[in-house]
Design a protein around this ligand. Structure first.
Ligand SMILES: [Zn+2]
Length: 83
């Protein structure tokens, strides 16, 4: 009975190992590019929501890009900054 658990455990470990190997080889095959694609998730500093970079509202403040989920949040951020 214990042997069965052992075999199942080993199979799970093997599966996880293969999965991680597959993932790392997939990443290695990709050109090393910083994750600055449109798919990158950015956090709205006002409401804390994560939004895809390509759909986020971008506001440059002192050379730093801030990303917002909506115009309302961008406006709120401006208010907080000026007050
Ligand atoms: Zn927001």
């Amino acid at each position: 009975m214990y042997r069965l658990f052992l075999i199942i455990g080993l199979l799970i470990m093997l599966f996880l190992l293969l999965k991680s190997l597959y993932r790392s080889s997939k990443q290695a095959g990709r050109p090393s590019r910083p994750p600055l694609d449109g798919d990158q998730m950015v956090q709205d500093p006002v409401c804390g929501v994560f939004v895809p970079r390509k759909t986020a509202i971008v506001q440059q403040v002192g050379g730093i890009s801030n990303y917002f989920c909506s115009q309302e949040c961008a406006a709120k951020f401006q208010e907080q900054r000026t007050s």
